[in-house]
Design a binder for this molecule. Structure first.
Ligand code: ZN
Length: 292
């Protein structure tokens, strides 16, 4: 009877109260450590604070394996998760409440049923997981801000990845195509572009792997996969491709925009943002500020 209330966000009053209580020093420290949040306009900064306060007031935060979720951890996750919805609105993250944080990578076990009705259990070591209508699970080690010298980590983002799955799931089961109402994008055009961009990545990964180390965790593997615009995990399927594309769209957009401009354009129409332009104009501002 009360299903419609489940996962509804906090009231505007509660969000305002939370926003007034935000620790601005903590905010500034975290903001400084996450370069992909730089270059936002004053209005966008205000929207990011509002959405982050909405998150803190609307979701439940639980630690697993003995982890105590601190205010700083919750704010750090909330700030990253708020970037994709700056122009979509917080409603996109309604319908579920739980955020669970593990200290580091964790093991998940799933049962699947094949067409013959056989059920199988799978175990995976993972950094994040998202359930339709259910919790979102993260590894703190992967979700926290990274050292800028760790280039591999700076070009991926597990928080944006998992929340992109939530956006994909917001209007039905995940399929790599979120709800496109109001974007002007024809769903058939999205699916065609998604399919061809995904195939382009699959092909590039296969080419790089032929006769070379397939293990992206090896040093040689890292060098190889630096030739790709995103983590090769995006080649897994179209659902993962949308989530991995969303990571680089926000944290390292230039190679993605160059590699497949039409896919980048559709992502920027869906998210109603152009991170490439934002980060480039911020870089130009820094050069101008540094000029004599
Ligand atoms: Zn995923």
């Amino acid at each position: 009877m009360w299903d419609w209330l489940f996962g509804k966000g906090a009231s505007e009053h509660a969000v305002q109260k939370m926003q007034a209580r935000l620790d601005q020093d903590m905010w500034a420290r975290l903001h400084g450590a996450m370069p992909f949040l730089h270059g936002l306009s004053a209005n966008e900064e205000a929207a990011l604070q509002h959405a982050s306060a909405w998150f803190l007031a609307s979701k439940t935060w639980d630690g697993a394996n003995g982890l105590q979720v601190t205010d700083e951890m919750a704010l750090c996750v909330a700030m990253q998760a708020s970037l994709p919805i700056l122009y979509l609105g917080e409603k996109w993250y309604e319908g579920w409440t739980g955020i669970v944080i593990y200290p580091s990578a964790f093991v998940t076990r799933h049962k699947t049923h094949d067409e013959a009705g056989v059920s199988q259990c799978h175990s995976n070591v993972t950094l994040g997981e998202t359930w339709q209508g259910g919790p979102l699970i993260l590894s703190w080690e992967a979700a926290q801000p990274h050292d800028p010298r760790d280039l591999q980590a700076m070009h991926s983002n597990v928080v944006i990845h998992e929340f992109a799955h939530k956006l994909d799931m917001a209007h039905g089961p995940a399929d790599g195509m979120p709800f496109l109402g109001g974007t002007g994008i024809e769903p058939a055009h999205w699916m065609q572009t998604l399919e061809s961009a995904w195939q382009q990545l699959v092909h590039a990964v296969q080419q790089l792997q032929s006769g070379r180390p397939a293990d992206s965790s090896s040093r040689a593997g890292h060098r190889l996969f630096n030739h790709l615009p995103m983590d090769p995990y995006g080649a897994t399927n179209k659902i993962e491709f949308f989530a991995v594309s969303s990571e680089v769209f926000f944290v390292n957009p230039a190679p993605l925009a160059q590699w497949n401009p039409e896919w980048y354009r559709l992502l920027s129409l869906f998210y109603r943002q152009d991170p490439l332009q934002r980060l480039q104009s911020k870089a130009t501002d820094s050069v101008a500020a540094a000029a004599p």
